[in-house]
Design a protein around this ligand. Structure first.
Ligand SMILES: Nc1ncnc2c1ncn2[C@@H]1O[C@H](COP(=O)(O)OP(=O)(O)O)[C@@H](O)[C@H]1O
Ligand SMILES: [Mg+2]
Length: 283
C-alpha cells in the first residue's frame, strides 16, 4: 500500500434514485506518477468512476467500497479536507474546456485566480510569473495572457485547461476524453504534451477514452471497463497485443480495423480527383 497513490477496493457507485450500480466492484491501484488509461464504450461507467473516486458526484449518489488517496480514506473526508483534496491533490480535465473557462475572464486571470485561491501567500506578480511559466509549457505564448477564451482555438483552450490543472502541481490528473472533440493531429499533440508534463512533474494520470489504441500509446497501464465493471487490466502493450477478455478482444479488433481502413484511404487517394476511377479495393 505504501507506494500506492490511489487505491480503489470493491468500489460501487449508483446515481441518486437508481437501484442498479453504474459502477460495480471495481478494484484498482495507481502508483505515484503512473499513467493509467481507462477505456470502454460510451456509457460503460468511465466518467462515473473517475468522478466518484474524486468525490465529484452529487452527495446523494451512493458510494460503496473503499477509496484511499495516499493511504487516507477519501470517502470519509470532511468537507474541508475534500476542498483541499480537490484543489491541490487532484485536478480534472474535461472534454469541453469551456465548462472550466469563464468567457468573461482572461486566460491570465483564470490562472492567477486559481493560484491565489489555493496559495494565499503568493503575490500577484509571483502568481503571474508561475502562470506564464506553466502556460509556456503547453505552448501558450506570453502575448496571449490577456486574451479571452473565445480568442483561442479548441486545441488551445484545451491546452489552457491542462495548464490550469497543472498550476497547483497536483499528484493526480484525471483527464476525461480531453481531446475527443479535437481533430486527430491536434489531439495526438496535446496528449503527448499532457503525458510529457505529467512525467516531468511525477504527476499520475488517469486518461479516460473510448479509444484503446490511443490510450495504449500514451499510458503505462490500461484498464478496460464494460457495463460498469472492470473486465481487464494490465500493461498497455499486453492489453493491446494480447487481450484476454472477449470484450477487449473486440475493442482491439475494431481499433485495428479502423487503422487499416485509414491506411487504405491514405494509400488510394488519387492525385487527380477528376480522373478518379471506381475504387474496387474497398469492396
Ligand atoms: N447524472 C446521471 N444520472 C443517472 N445516471 C447517469 C448519470 N450520468 C451517467 N449515468 C449513467 O451511468 C452509466 C455510466 O455513464 P458514464 O459514466 O457517463 O459512462 P462513460 O463515461 O463510460 O460514457 C450510464 O448508464 C449512464 O446512463
Ligand atoms: Mg464519459
Amino acid at each position: 500500500m505504501a507506494d500506492s497513490l490511489l487505491t480503489l477496493e470493491n468500489f460501487h457507485v449508483a446515481y441518486p434514485g437508481q437501484l442498479d450500480w453504474a459502477v460495480q466492484a471495481v478494484s484498482l491501484k495507481l502508483a505515484p506518477g503512473e499513467k493509467l488509461g481507462l477505456v470502454g464504450e460510451s456509457g460503460c461507467g468511465k466518467s462515473t468512476l473517475g468522478r466518484a473516486a474524486l468525490r465529484l458526484l452529487p452527495a446523494t449518489a451512493r458510494l460503496d467500497g473503499q477509496v484511499h488517496f495516499e493511504g487516507q480514506p477519501v470517502l470519509e473526508f470532511s468537507p474541508q479536507r475534500l476542498r483541499q483534496f480537490r484543489g491541490e491533490a487532484i485536478a480534472l480535465v474535461f472534454q469541453d474546456p469551456m465548462t472550466r473557462l469563464d468567457p468573461l475572464m482572461t486566460i491570465g486571470d483564470h490562472c492567477i485566480e486559481t493560484l491565489q485561491a489555493h496559495r494565499p501567500g503568493l503575490s500577484k506578480a509571483e502568481a503571474k510569473e508561475r502562470s506564464l511559466h506553466v502556460l509556456s509549457k503547453v505552448n501558450i505564448p506570453a502575448n496571449r495572457f490577456n486574451q479571452y477564451p473565445h480568442e483561442f482555438s479548441g486545441g488551445m483552450r484545451q491546452r489552457v485547461a491542462i495548464a490550469l490543472a497543472m498550476l497547483l502541481e497536483p499528484k493526480l490528473i484525471v483527464a476525461d476524453e480531453p481531446t475527443t472533440s479535437l481533430d486527430v493531429t491536434v489531439s495526438a499533440q496535446i496528449l503527448a504534451e499532457l503525458t510529457r508534463l505529467c512525467e516531468e512533474n511525477n504527476t499520475a494520470l488517469i486518461l479516460i477514452s473510448h479509444d484503446l489504441a490511443l490510450v495504449a500509446e500514451q499510458c503505462d497501464r490500461v484498464a478496460v471497463m464494460y457495463q460498469g465493471a472492470l473486465v481487464e487490466e494490465g500493461p498497455a502493450q499486453s492489453v493491446l497485443f494480447d487481450p484476454q477478455h472477449p470484450y477487449t478482444q473486440s475493442l482491439v479488433e475494431s481499433a485495428l480495423h479502423l487503422q487499416r481502413s485509414n491506411a487504405r484511404v491514405a494509400s488510394v487517394e488519387p492525385p487527380q480527383p477528376l480522373l478518379r476511377l471506381p475504387d474496387l479495393t474497398t469492396h
